[in-house]
Write a protein that binds this ligand. Structure first.
Ligand code: ZN
Length: 55
């Protein structure tokens, strides 16, 4: 099975949906409200938003 490298997430603050790279090396913020969606951990990103699907 192919590994998925992106996740589609839904922002807890505003409901905006966007794609986040699963191994993000920098903080990922919501494009609409600027809430933090993912934090870098040195490996797999820590996703703070609701994960809808792996893409
Ligand atoms: Zn948001």
């Amino acid at each position: 099975m192919e590994k998925k490298s992106y996740v589609k997430v839904k922002c807890h603050e505003c409901g905006n949906e966007q794609n986040v790279f699963g191994r993000a090396s920098t903080e990922v913020k919501c494009t609409k409200c600027n809430a933090v969606l993912a934090l870098p951990t040195g490996g797999k990103a820590h996703i703070k938003a609701e994960i809808i699907e792996l893409i």
